[in-house]
Design a binder for this molecule. Sequence first.
Ligand SMILES: Nc1nc(=O)c2c([nH]1)NC[C@@H]1CN(c3ccc(C(=O)N[C@@H](CCC(=O)O)C(=O)O)cc3)C=[N+]21
Length: 297
Amino acid sequence: MTATLIDGKAFAAGIRARVADHVTRIREEAGVTPGLAVVLVGEDPASQVYVRSKGKQTVEVGMASFEHKLDAETDEATLLDLIARLNADPAVHGILVQLPLPPHLDSDLVINSIDPAKDVDGFHISNVGLLGTGQKAMVPCTPLGSLMMLRDHHGSLSGMNAVVIGRSNIVGKPMAMLLLGDSCTVTVAHSRTKDLPAVVRRADIVVAAVGRPEMVQGDWIKPGATVIDVGINRIPAEGGKTRLVGDVHFDSAVQVAGAITPVPGGVGPMTIACLLANTLTACCRAHGLVEPEGLTA
Ligand SMILES: Nc1nc(=O)c2c([nH]1)NC[C@@H]1CN(c3ccc(C(=O)N[C@@H](CCC(=O)O)C(=O)O)cc3)C=[N+]21
């Protein structure tokens, strides 16, 4: 038996269509256009590609896109000054500072200087605290997109055993909070976890977010489990080319799992779709407008 493929690319297109509808509606009813500002420091080529595709999709759903590219040597005061201006700009409802920042910049300080109401990444300490206590927050995009696919596939997640592999602030920890919020029994595994394969074998839901290409093997997966592969790793391929793989060894896992997300075309497109959804949500909250349904946690 082979697993059902969870098509993140198609799912994300559906979310963008719903976002676009709601954007039209609030423009007609309230004369408001949501705006997303993306700040990129330095010239990492992968980041540039990613920022360009976010900008394009932002415009496609009818929102305003503001891109700020600063050179790699930008000092902290200059970056904080830009964030202060974006915080004060009524045309900007969402602010994303592309991570990682160059090492001379303190990313915690930078993120915590963003107005929490505009923090569409959900990385500000206020949003982390709100999510952790079950209050209305801006929810990090990758975990939110992963949760949407899980809810869509299963209906209720209540009582399921979920194992999150990875404890990062951007994926592992918020993913664990969201799964707990949906009444899963959650285990957060990481590089020091003893007998990781045995821990993963207990899971009805596996979320792999470690950043190690193809680490999770098919024989670690409980038959019928749902596997969400958050990894996006570029590895060498034949003929001097490269290819994208996840943190899960897809060819072996697909034989055992009940459902699995592919890479590319799984979590990645959902991350961007949720960024747009969060920007719309932030805009609606800022203006006291009706929020779109089913696009938040
Ligand atoms: N503050 C901040 N927030 C982020 O959300 C953030 C960030 N910084 N820094 C960089 C990472 C990376 N990231 C991706 C999102 C979508 C795809 C994506 O759509 N990938 C496609 C494939 C793209 C390709 O072919 O290269 C896919 O998986 O199908 C990839 C990477 C968001 N990030």
